[in-house]
Design a binder for this molecule. Structure first.
Ligand SMILES: *Cc1c(COP(=O)(O)O)cnc(C)c1O
Length: 389
């Protein structure tokens, strides 16, 4: 478990946090080798989470694209409706193992907060979730879910009042309460060892894709596509495929048409430090962290995981941006062609996958990670549709 991905990663944190990060790394190293921990983790992933998730042939969507065959990795069928469960389960079990009775988390779209609240309830841990005030307003149903699951939701009023500010608030809480509290970070970002722990826990996605592709196609996928916010569902998809001939495509949020930054950190940002790690960051002309914009709260983040920064520079993964209108179009395609309402985050990946499939021959297989379901986004989609009508 390296501290660095090329020049990226590391742990740029106040000294008071260093012992907690060292303790976390130690605990994770021991846990992942402990057969009892692995058994319990696998049992709950299956019986509470619903793993493994299927690989679904989107035949009608493929016909719309008119080229390669599109397959969906159905993380939307996981407990809580998103891939977030994979990470929350592993870290919550780790908190129990470390003897920490309290969980804190940050959340953007609310999906990670919901996953943490579920695991907090299931494992008997007190849970508090930091959420930017702007996100509290635009993701009401998830706020309600967290409260019903027994978690306390703390609205964050500093900065731009979105995900970046929620992470800052959670880090401040952790520094003050580190003895009793595990910070259950929700994406493959932050100081070492978080990016490595989260990537390992999400890699179950890519391992299952690899296994099911072998069974369905008799070979690895030709292309794998995933959306990139902080980058956890994407790194979980990509990691197990890195050594194969599969092409890899990460899809960032381009935001509204004409937006200066959107949330395309790898496309429009530059190397810098944010939330304890050296990676790409979106900065404005004054060098401040830029105010991002995206129709999907889960992609609306000015940072990105350090492993993606490395994979971008090395050229092993290609990263592109899709605008809000592309995501909305893909939302409708998937609804009307396949009867699936996707979350707006993976709708960005679906749009890019259809574009790719269109210019590829029918024998090729494109796998897209459908990271979550769209129930949380119905208001946003309705609002966008009304604005256009
Ligand atoms: C949170 C979220 C994302 C973005 O987070 P990553 O860490 O980049 O995966 C994508 N899709 C869904 C459904 C989410 O809830």
């Amino acid at each position: 478990m390296g501290r660095r991905f090329g020049p990226y990663g590391g742990a740029y944190v106040p000294e008071t946090l260093v012992p907690a990060l060292v303790e976390l790394e130690q605990a994770w190293r021991e846990a992942r080798r402990d057969p009892a921990f692995r058994r319990e983790h696998a049992r709950l992933a299956r019986t509470l989470g619903g793993r493994p998730t299927p690989l679904y042939h989107a035949a009608r969507l493929s016909r719309r694209a008119g080229g390669a065959q599109i397959w969906l990795k159905r993380e939307d069928l996981l407990h809580g409706g998103a891939h977030k469960f994979n990470n929350a389960l592993g870290q919550a079990l780790l908190a129990v193992r470390m003897g920490k009775p309290r969980l804190i988390a940050e959340t953007g779209a609310g999906q990670h907060g919901v996953a943490t609240a579920m695991l907090g309830a299931a494992l008997g841990l007190r849970t508090e979730v930091y959420m930017g005030e702007v996100d509290v307003a635009r993701q009401r149903p998830n706020v309600e879910r967290m409260r019903l699951l027994g978690a306390k939701v703390v609205p964050v009023t500093s900065g731009h009042r979105t995900l970046k500010d929620a992470i800052n608030a959670a880090l401040r809480d952790w520094i003050a309460n580190v003895r009793t509290t595990h910070y259950l970070l929700g994406s493959a970002v932050g100081p070492h060892p978080y990016p490595s722990i989260v990537a390992e826990l999400q890699s179950v996605i890519g391992r299952e894709i690899r296994r099911d592709a072998e069974r369905e196609f008799g070979r690895p996928p030709d292309l794998a596509v995933a959306c990139v916010g902080g980058g956890s569902n994407a790194i979980g998809t990509f990691r197990p495929l890195l050594g194969l001939p599969t092409e890899l495509l990460g899809v960032e949020a381009g935001g509204p048409r004409g937006a200066r930054y959107g949330a395309a950190t790898l496309g429009r940002g530059r190397p810098g430090i944010l939330h304890g790690a050296y990676s790409y960051v979106l900065e404005d002309r004054e060098g401040q962290v830029a105010e991002t914009a995206s129709i999907s709260a889960g992609l609306d983040y000015a940072g990105v995981g350090p492993e993606h920064a490395f994979l971008r520079d090395s050229g092993r993964v290609r990263y592109v941006a899709v605008h809000d209108d592309g995501a909305l179009a893909a939302f409708r395609w998937l609804a009307e062609d396949e009867g699936i309402l996707p979350a707006l985050e993976p709708a960005h990946a679906i749009y890019a996958a259809v574009r790719e499939a269109r210019r590829r021959p029918a024998r090729e297989r494109v796998v897209v990670t459908l990271s979550g379901r769209g129930d949380k986004d119905l208001e946003v989609v309705r609002g966008a549709t009304r604005a256009r009508a």
